[in-house]
Design a protein around this ligand. Sequence first.
Ligand SMILES: *Cc1c(COP(=O)(O)O)cnc(C)c1O
Length: 221
Amino acid sequence: MGTLAENIRNIRNTLPPGVKLIAVSKYKSSATILEAYHCGQRIFGENKVQELAAKAPELPADIEWHFIGHLQTNKVRQLIPHVDVIQSVDSLKLLKEINKEAQKAEKIVQCLLQFHIAGEVTKFGLNPVEARALLESAEYQEMQNVAVRGVMGMATFTDNIPQVDQEFATLQRIFTMLKTDYFAMDETFRELSMGMSDDYPIALKHGSTMVRIGTAIFGGR
Ligand SMILES: *Cc1c(COP(=O)(O)O)cnc(C)c1O
């Protein structure tokens, strides 16, 4: 591990143009996040509503905050004022709640649909059938305060590279299918959020447009 500045620079140097780096700052202090900010990092990801809501107000306003954790509907209200992108939408019920609270706050929240691509049953996410039902529902089509920008997924936590490779390939296929069937005319549907510290080079081979990296930037917890 190098310094924070070196880690950010080294990772950036490996990313193709246009791929966004989400610095996953969970468990890290606002002071540490500010240090990364001063290295030019502007997008941060958190996986707990309480943590994001506590940190965002004390940090620069031009930070783009992404929520990447499992989101319960009863926490949406607390999250909305602070968040720019919710990457972990895994049900119509949740998207409805996000839309409702975003409307009250007079903002449009960008969202990614999270897919379950890993072998582990503990991970959250939609399957393609559920995603189609969501996108075809009258309720979704009436929503004015959410903007679905793409998909997100987490591969299995394993050393088995062919398995991870296959899981990212699956998410890329899901992305292409949804793009073709529901968003062909919408060029803002373009995000494929996949890849973490240990597996992002594999995700990049499958067209990732957003990598979510914590440990390789900030070190272990
Ligand atoms: C923690 C987390 C990451 C970052 O993981 P690292 O292995 O520390 O890079 C990415 N995505 C999600 C959803 C996470 O919870």
